[in-house]
Write a protein that binds this ligand. Structure first.
Ligand SMILES: [Zn+2]
Length: 336
C-alpha cells in the first residue's frame, strides 16, 4: 500500500510487534558484531510492520541513550526519527500520482548519500515499499548497491520481494519474518484498541496487515463485510441481480468486495473440508481461483463491473449445480 495511514507513522518506535521480535534480535546481533550489511532487504510488508522495523533500526543506530533495550524512544535522536526530522535519515516512497518510485528519486538519494552526514555518523535511506521502484529506478539503485558510499545504510522494505530485480535482491542482506497467525494479529489489535471491533472481520477485508487495520475505518469495513456476506448468501440462492450488484460494487470498494468474496468462499470450503457442508468442491475451488485472479488485477484499469458480474453469475450457479446433483434422478430416460 503506497499511502500509509497516519497511524502507521504514529506507531511508537518502542512499540512491540511480537512477530518481528526475531528479526529485531537478529539485527541486534549483527550490530553488536559489527556485521550489519550496507543494504538490508526487509521482507515484511509495510502493513505488517516492515516500515516500522526500518524506523526502529534507524532509531536503534541513532539513539543517544545508554539504556538497554535500545532505542529509548525519548532522546532527541529517537524523537527525530519518529517525526521524520532526523537530517541523516531519508524516506523514499512512491510519488502520490504515479504510485511508483522513480529514477530521479533514486538519483537524489544517491547524491544525498555522497554528502557528509550532519552528525558525523551513518546516513540511512528507507525505501518503502521497495517493490514500487520502477525499472529505471531499480537499475539506478543497483549502481548504489554495487558501489556503496562509506557509512551508508539502505533499507528496502517490501512484502513482495519477487517484484524486485534479482540483481537488487542479491546485493542485500535479507530479513524474513515468519508469517504470523491471524489469531496473533487479532490479539495484538485488541491490545492496541480495546473495544468491540471485530478485528477478524477487518483483517478479512484488508488482508493480514494489522498496521493498515489500525488506520482504517474499522466500523465501515465490518459493515461492508457483513453486507457483502449477506449478498453472497442471496446470490448463492439465486436471489441477487448480478448485473445490478456488479455495477454497484465495481464503483465502490471493489478490492474490499473481492476480499470478502474470497473469505466467504474459503469459509464454505473449510466447512466442506470439516464435513459440515456438502458442496461440489471443484466448482467452489474454481470460483476461488477466479476471485484470486481478479484480486491480482484489482489495481489495474480493468472493467471492474464486468469482472464482478462474471464472478457473481458463477457464484449464483454454485448452489443450483449442487441442488441438481443432490436431487435423485428424475427417472426420465432421454433417448440418445
Ligand atoms: Zn533514544
Amino acid at each position: 500500500m503506497s499511502d500509509l495511514p497516519r497511524s502507521l507513522a504514529e506507531l511508537p518506535i518502542t512499540a512491540s510487534l511480537p512477530w518481528l521480535r526475531g528479526l529485531q534480535q537478529a539485527l541486534e546481533e549483527s550490530i553488536s558484531r559489527d556485521r550489519l550489511a550496507h543494504a538490508v532487504l526487509i521482507q515484511v510488508s509495510p502493513g505488517l510492520g516492515g516500515g516500522w522495523l526500518a524506523r526502529w533500526l534507524a532509531a536503534r543506530l541513532y539513539c543517544g541513550a545508554a539504556t538497554v533495550p535500545l532505542p529509548c524512544g525519548e532522546c532527541l535522536n529517537c524523537r527525530r526519527v519518529a517525526s521524520g526530522e532526523q537530517p541523516d535519515l531519508t524516506l523514499v516512497q512512491p510519488i502520490e500520482e504515479s504510485k511508483e518510485i522513480r529514477i530521479d528519486q533514486v538519483r537524489e538519494l544517491t547524491t544525498q548519500l555522497a554528502l557528509t552526514s550532519h552528525a558525523g555518523g551513518r546516513k540511512i535511506v528507507i525505501i518503502t515499499p521497495a517493490d514500487k521502484l520502477n525499472r529505471n529506478a531499480a537499475n539506478a539503485l543497483l549502481k548504489t548497491l554495487e558501489e556503496p558510499t562509506r557509512g551508508s545504510l539502505l533499507l528496502l522494505v517490501t512484502g513482495e520481494p519477487s517484484r524486485l530485480p534479482a540483481t537488487v535482491q542479491s546485493r542485500c542482506m535479507r530479513l524474513i519474518a515468519p508469517r504470523p497467525a491471524r489469531a496473533e494479529l487479532v490479539e495484538w489489535l485488541r491490545a492496541q484498541r480495546p473495544g468491540s471491533t471485530d478485528w477478524n472481520a477487518v483483517l478479512e477485508v484488508l488482508g493480514d496487515e494489522p498496521l493498515v487495520a489500525l488506520g482504517a475505518e474499522s466500523g465501515t469495513l465490518e459493515a461492508l463485510r457483513h453486507e457483502t456476506q449477506r449478498a453472497l448468501e442471496a446470490a448463492a440462492r439465486g436471489g441477487l441481480d448480478p448485473v445490478e450488484t456488479a455495477e454497484l460494487w465495481g464503483k465502490e470498494a471493489y478490492a474490499e468486495r473481492l476480499a470478502c468474496i474470497e473469505a466467504w468462499l474459503l469459509s464454505r470450503l473449510r466447512d466442506w473440508a470439516s464435513g459440515r457442508a456438502a458442496i461440489a468442491p471443484r466448482a467452489w475451488f474454481e470460483a476461488l481461483d477466479e476471485t484470486r485472479e481478479a484480486r491480482q488485477w484489482a489495481d489495474t484499469p480493468i472493467n471492474k463491473p464486468l469482472v464482478l458480474e462474471r464472478l457473481l453469475w458463477r457464484l449464483g450457479s454454485l448452489e443450483s449445480a449442487q441442488r441438481k446433483r443432490s436431487q435423485p434422478a428424475s427417472g426420465v430416460n432421454r433417448a440418445p
